[in-house]
Design a binder for this molecule. Sequence first.
Ligand SMILES: C[S@@+](CC[C@H](N)C(=O)[O-])C[C@H]1O[C@@H](n2cnc3c(N)ncnc32)[C@H](O)[C@@H]1O
Length: 206
Amino acid sequence: MQDVKVDLARAEFFDEFSGSWDTHGPSPEPELVLTFLRKLNIDSEKTVLDVGTGTGLLVPHIFSFDPAKVIAMDLSVGMLEKLRGKYSSRFGAKLEILHGDVHLLNLHDSTVDIALCNGVYPHFHNKPLALSQLQRVLKKGGILAVNHFAGRQFINKIHGSSSHDLIRQDLLDPVMILSETIAGCGFRVKEWRDDKTEFYLIAEKI
Ligand SMILES: C[S@@+](CC[C@H](N)C(=O)[O-])C[C@H]1O[C@@H](n2cnc3c(N)ncnc32)[C@H](O)[C@@H]1O
């Protein structure tokens, strides 16, 4: 068992941002988000894990597909408190809010149908370990989606110009490199896109 520690440095960074996160920039158009989510076949039988949910940008969109449960998970308590204020009474028991680090994912094996990593993958400091945790909690045939509602160059420009040393290192590889990493962690890659406007990869647990 590796000696894995919670990523306190990034937790602190995102906590500082949590107060202004919802107003720091334009949100993706709802139709763009829904078009992406339709690819994941969310339905009333499915448990969806939103990894690095932040203040829950995707949460109401995921609920529009009537899933059995959404687990909104994040490293930052500040982000989750914002999310709780916005959505816990609206979605009730179907919304589980989980504080934690993906590298130490506190969920049982084979319990998740869809794991979504929107805008968070570059922040995983040990990508094979994070992917192995997601592979563990997904059911066989379960779906992993890594995505950004922006192009890779744009994301890397934002992260690369951060005043925070750690965030400057949180860069997104070209999708073919990501694909090799994910395929090496027990997934079959199904679909991807890496262009000026969008970045995503969808894979299935083997
Ligand atoms: C760029 S924000 C994206 C938030 C949200 N998905 C969105 O699109 O608005 C990245 C989020 O991932 C969280 N995060 C970063 N590293 C994480 C980790 N190792 N485990 C869980 N969450 C993490 C941060 O706390 C932050 O809320």
